[in-house]
Design a protein around this ligand. Structure first.
Ligand code: C2E
Ligand code: MG
Ligand code: MG
Length: 697
């Protein structure tokens, strides 16, 4: 009855009230669902109220217990309260008192619950902020009023390499680059807040253990710093009542951005392959150099340096090796210059050097020679070694130009002159080169269509054996019938054709013309006549040279030994290995090989033993001097000795006068070529010449 009465008493809207007639029922119920409040009697049919409270404690139930009991002993009340009861209500009870007691208990529960919820929310929010702060990509820190670190986030710690503890209490100046200290001090000293907070100051932070002077990338990090002062309002008076508590700051790592900016700037002024200054930077340095030399009354030199066979490397070894060669060239050139000189790459295989503080023109020569020498050493391209050479043009301030444009252009002109003289050489600018240059541009243009327009003609110059009186062979010499300039000699255009890649076509024209003419002459009586064709260095650059040559002789039905190929000594210097490989294969096929312009270039004659040579042609410079200088006759005598010793045929070129003929004969050289016998003539005139020569002998 009492139980039912109690249930009615506490029942009100929103509450769910259940009744249990035994201890077991109560435990059963509480197991099934959470119960906020239990009104519990101590004397139950099957157990005591204390047993139930013990069970509640042990099962860690969050349940409030109010004991309602007829036991009026004070110790019972104490025991129940000790066991965790919220209240002890003695029967019979005042209904109002009981209701208030229940209400109080429920209110206390509600407060406790709200408290917990709040605490959990706070904990969560604290954890969230800590997480955000520590995982921020930015450096976040707090300083005390004296500028010592009070807080740093994980990022800060990781970057600088200090532990959190080691940084705590340390003054910020320990991690800021000295150069930026004033700036930072100003930013912090201003103690700005709100809109006036300082933002985006660029400073460098120094990593732990890094040398303070070191500016290397892993010793410092450049950051953009923003700070704000923290204040506490002490009184309502806005000015007097603020206490400075310290500074909060955020710094963002901008090293990557700065590096990117540096790279962009570097590329604007440098060549990315070699890292050398580019044309823009070179011109800038040159114009400064000119101003300085003018002030100090000194000279400067601009060296225009061009790799002679770069295109070949690109074509045969590939661009990667080409790049490699350029890099090696750059570093060798750099070694030839002083720290204060500027070396720049301004085009594919073109470098320019600026050399200042010279006393005059003469000072540039040793430097250019040193470069020439340094680059003559073979380069390694992968497993192969490759020989190249450079052509250097020199223009000197003040003589050869007064501004950077003139000096660069004139050095360039001089470089072309060096090429024309036969590569691997140095040329100084001289005013008459300018006209050559204009020529050259026009020439290159004209040359491009000349083969198709059939403007090339092959002339022939007979080579006589003065002992037998026979014409042994004829040398094919190319001519260009230029539409406006008339008949041009090869000296005017061979070099250009080589540079512009047209020499191969030219070579084919001459080889074919020579063989087809020879076949006709042989068919009309000159049975064992031969022909000589000049080959260019570029002809040896191609793998199919041997097949091409053999193809032409076959097509015209000529025995291979009726054809002689002339190679100049300078060609040998450029690439001994490649030339000798291909020359050997040609020789094996029966084709004759002659060394042209013998004595002019190569300082060692060792190649004569290793190359499969049939003949040497004494250069006309030695012949021209015969009878005028004793030295030349002894040189010619030595050459004749060499040829005899090695069983080589010998031809003297440029025989213009009977004295030459006599001297050569006296020395034992019988085969000759020169104006004395005939100038080079068109193929059509050769038959008549051969006839009259036969008649004469
Ligand atoms: P080279 O092979 O040494 O040819 C001899 C040069 O001397 C020819 O000049 C010829 O006309 C000239 N010469 C002949 N006899 C005399 C003489 O008695 N006195 C003087 N002062 N000169 C004489 P050219 O035809 O102007 O050829 C110059 C060079 O051009 C040739 O020198 C040769 O290296 C090259 N060349 C000619 N034709 C070709 C060609 O088809 N292909 C290639 N790659 N080079 C060629
Ligand atoms: Mg020749
Ligand atoms: Mg010659």
């Amino acid at each position: 009855m009492v139980r039912h009465a109690l249930a009615d008493l506490v029942n009100s809207s929103g509450r769910l009230v259940s009744q249990c007639g035994s201890g077991r029922d109560a435990v059963e119920l509480m197991r099934k669902e959470p119960v906020d409040l239990v009104l519990l009697d101590l004397n139950l049919p099957d157990m005591t109220g204390l047993d139930i409270m013990q069970w509640i404690r042990e099962s860690r139930m969050d349940t409030t217990v109010i004991v309602v009991s007829g036991d009026d002993r004070i110790d019972s009340a104490i025991a129940t309260l000790k066991s965790g009861a919220h209240e002890y209500v003695r029967k019979p009870f005042e209904p109002v008192a009981l209701i208030r007691c229940v209400e109080n208990a429920l209110e206390a529960r509600k407060l406790a619950w709200e408290n917990t919820a709040m605490r959990m929310r706070l904990e969560h929010s604290e954890r969230l902020h800590r997480y955000l702060v520590d995982n921020s990509p930015d450096f976040i820190f707090a300083l005390d009023p004296q500028g010592r670190f009070r807080f740093v986030n994980d990022r800060f710690v990781a970057l600088l390499g200090y532990s959190r503890e080691a940084l705590a209490g340390v003054h910020y100046s320990a991690v800021v680059d000295d150069e930026n200290l004033l700036h930072v001090k100003w930013a912090l000293g201003e103690r700005r807040t709100g809109e006036r907070a300082s933002r985006d100051i660029e400073i460098r932070l120094i990593h732990k253990g890094a040398d303070a002077d070191s500016r290397s990338e892993d010793a410092t990090t450049t950051v953009s710093l923003s700070t704000v002062g923290i204040y506490e309002e002490v009184s309502s008076d806005a000015h007097a009542g603020r206490r400075f508590l310290g500074t909060y700051g955020v710094a963002r790592d901008i090293s990557a951005r700065i590096r990117a900016e540096q790279i962009v700037e570097f590329h604007a002024f440098h060549d990315s392959l070699t890292g050398l200054p580019n044309r823009t930077l070179f011109r800038d340095r040159l114009s400064h150099g000119i101003a300085e030399m003018r002030r100090h009354r000194k000279s400067l030199a601009v060296l225009f340096i061009d790799l002679d066979r770069f295109k070949l490397v690109n074509d045969t070894y590939g661009h990667l090796q080409g790049d490699h060669l350029l890099q090696q060239t750059a570093s060798r050139l750099r070694k030839c210059l002083r720290e204060t000189d500027t070396l720049s790459r301004i085009g594919g295989d073109e470098f320019v050097a600026l050399i200042t503080d010279l006393e005059g023109r003469q000072d540039a020569d040793p430097i250019a020679s040193k470069i020439l020498h340094e680059l003559a050493e073979p380069f390694s391209l992968g497993p192969e070694s490759f020989r190249t050479s450079v052509s250097i043009g020199v223009a000197v301030y003040p003589g050869d130009g007064s501004n950077e444009e003139e000096l660069i252009r004139n050095a360039d002109l001089a470089m072309y002159q060096a090429k024309r003289k036969g590569r691997n050489g140095i040329a100084f600018f001289s005013p008459n080169l300018s006209t050559h240059f204009a020529d050259r541009l026009q020439f290159e243009h004209d040359l491009r269509g000349a083969v198709k327009r059939n403007e090339f003609e092959t002339y022939f110059q007979p080579i006589h054996n003065v002992r037998t009186g026979d014409v042994e062979r004829l040398e094919a010499l190319i001519r260009w019938r230029h539409p406006s300039r008339g008949l041009l000699l090869p000296g005017r255009f061979i070099g250009i054709a080589e540079d512009s890649g047209q020499i191969r076509e030219l070579g084919e024209v001459v080889l074919d013309a020579a063989c087809s003419h020879l076949a006709k002459w042989r068919a009309s009586g000159a049975g064992d006549l031969g022909v000589s064709v000049n080959l260019s260095a570029r002809d040896f650059d191609h793998d199919d040279l041997v097949e091409r040559v053999m193809g032409v002789t076959r097509r015209h039905g000529l025995p291979p030994n009726s054809l002689e190929l002339e190679i100049t000594e300078s060609l040998l210097i450029e690439d001994m290995d490649e030339v000798s490989k291909r020359a050997s294969r040609l020789r094996a096929e029966g084709v004759r090989i002659a060394i042209d312009d013998f004595g002019t270039r190569y300082s060692s004659l060792g190649y004569l033993h290793t190359l499969p040579i049939s003949a040497i042609k004494i250069d006309q410079s030695f012949v021209r001097d015969l009878g005028m200088r004793n030295t030349s006759s002894s040189i010619v005598a030595a050459m004749i000795g060499i040829a005899r010793g090695l069983h080589l045929d010998l031809v003297a070129e440029g025989v213009e006068r009977t004295e030459h003929l006599e001297s050569l004969r006296g020395l034992g050289c019988d085969v000759m070529q020169g104006y004395l016998f005939s100038r080079p003539m068109p193929g059509e005139e050769v038959s008549d010449y051969l006839l009259s020569a036969r008649v004469r002998s």
